[in-house]
Design a protein around this ligand. Structure first.
Ligand SMILES: Cc1cc2nc3c(=O)[nH]c(=O)nc-3n(C[C@H](O)[C@H](O)[C@H](O)COP(=O)(O)OP(=O)(O)OC[C@H]3O[C@@H](n4cnc5c(N)ncnc54)[C@H](O)[C@@H]3O)c2cc1C
Length: 349
């Protein structure tokens, strides 16, 4: 008889896990509290430098050819050879859901799972996958493990702008902040809509002011006075993997629920897809115990590098980041990443 898997949450991690599990022979149920792709709060830049995920099957708006990034100086980095796309996440996730349904995944939308349901789901199904984002639903029971996400994380504030973004075509704009490890971004969706936001890295629970740097950044933009602000929303991104909690009995974590977003920039789409896909594969192969080690192995290159750069950024500030950007500008990102990977830094983790 087929093994059964229930996936909680139809974001990138849950959809990837459901799709891979069903393709590899599991009987899959996917429970989503909203409609797939509804009310997504994301910059929608799909940055997969380490080729961890498949190119989005749908929803690519354009390939990002340049990143205009400011630290002490401003650099225009050629990103045309990276896996970096601006995407429409709703379109992408709906396409993944369609593929999953074709693979006979039983998708139930508007179906919010409650912490109290977890015990009965774990009895009913062979495997339970928690891909509910941050804070992962299953980490709230039986004891509350919320603090596990608070080691390293990004706090963000983002808005959707209407205006003339025709001069930004094919490029992202990023400004590193002066006083803390953080940055502002402007990612155009098309010539008349853009997402602009701010993300600040923090350990523990100290408060940060996001409104001020975002306002300053917006005022610095060309045509600022003609922009209309359509929505403004905050959000948190966990950037400390919850390694010991990835597998608890027959319950598994993937994506943001597993704390897998980048410690360097907070992007988590690539790791959500990679972890979901890998988890679906391990479970379908009947090898659940292999998932934590396989995931560590798959992400180790990216995580090691990003932690090192992030650590230097926190300790040495903008001067370090400016030097790094200067070198990337001169020698290319691949060269620099390979060099940095060779050096060990005193990371007590
Ligand atoms: C402001 C902001 C900007 C960002 N910009 C970028 C970016 O440009 N690029 C990038 O790579 N990353 C970005 N990120 C991070 C990225 O959004 C996440 O890393 C990514 O969405 C993680 O995918 P996921 O599938 O793990 O979780 P999610 O995308 O959060 O999906 C979780 C799903 O579970 C569902 N769910 C939640 N609770 C329940 C429940 N109880 N029952 C059933 N379903 C439930 C939710 O409705 C949702 O569909 C950004 C994050 C923020 C906050």
């Amino acid at each position: 008889m087929k093994k059964t898997m229930v996936v909680l949450g139809a974001g990138p991690a849950g959809l990837s896990c459901a799709l891979e599990g069903a393709r590899k022979g599991l009987k899959v149920t996917l429970l989503e509290k909203k409609q797939v792709g509804d009310r997504i709060n994301c910059g929608e830049g799909f940055f997969d430098l380490f080729s961890l995920a498949e190119k989005p099957v749908s929803g690519i708006l354009y390939k990002v050819k340049y990143i205009i990034i400011s630290a002490l100086n401003t650099y225009t980095l050629d990103s045309s050879s990276f896996n970096l796309w601006m995407i429409d996440r709703q379109q992408w996730q709906k396409a993944l859901a369609e593929l999953a349904v074709k693979e006979k995944v039983n998708l139930l939308e508007n179906h919010a799972v409650k912490p109290i349901d977890v015990a009965s789901l774990s009895r009913q199904f062979d495997w339970v996958v928690d891909a509910t984002g941050v804070v992962g639903l299953t980490t709230k029971v039986p004891q509350n493990l919320r603090q596990a996400y608070q080691k390293d994380w990004w706090v963000t504030l983002q808005c959707l702008l209407q205006g003339d973004f025709s001069s930004y075509r094919d490029s992202f704009k990023v400004k590193l902040l002066q006083d803390c490890t953080g940055y502002c971004w402007l990612f155009p969706k098309d010539t008349s809509l853009a997402r602009a936001g701010v993300a600040v890295f923090k350990s523990g629970s100290k408060r940060v002011n996001l409104n001020e740097p975002l306002e300053i950044f917006l005022k610095e933009q060309q045509n600022y006075k003609t922009y209309t602000l359509l929505e403004k929303k905050g959000g948190r991104i966990p950037a400390a993997p919850l390694w010991p909690l990835l597998k608890r009995e027959n319950i598994f974590l993937a994506g943001d629920a597993a704390g897998l977003a980048s410690p360097l920039h907070g992007g988590g789409l690539d790791t959500a897809v990679a972890s979901g896909t890998l988890l679906g594969r391990c479970l379908a192969a009947g090898e659940p115990e292999t998932y934590p080690a396989a995931l560590r192995e798959a992400l180790s290159h990216k995580m090691n590098l990003e932690r090192k750069i992030s650590w230097c950024w926190q300790k040495l500030g903008l001067t370090f980041m400016d030097c790094l950007l200067k070198i990337i500008n001169l020698s290319g990102l691949t060269f620099l990443l390979n060099k940095m990977y060779d050096y060990e830094l005193p990371l007590n983790r």
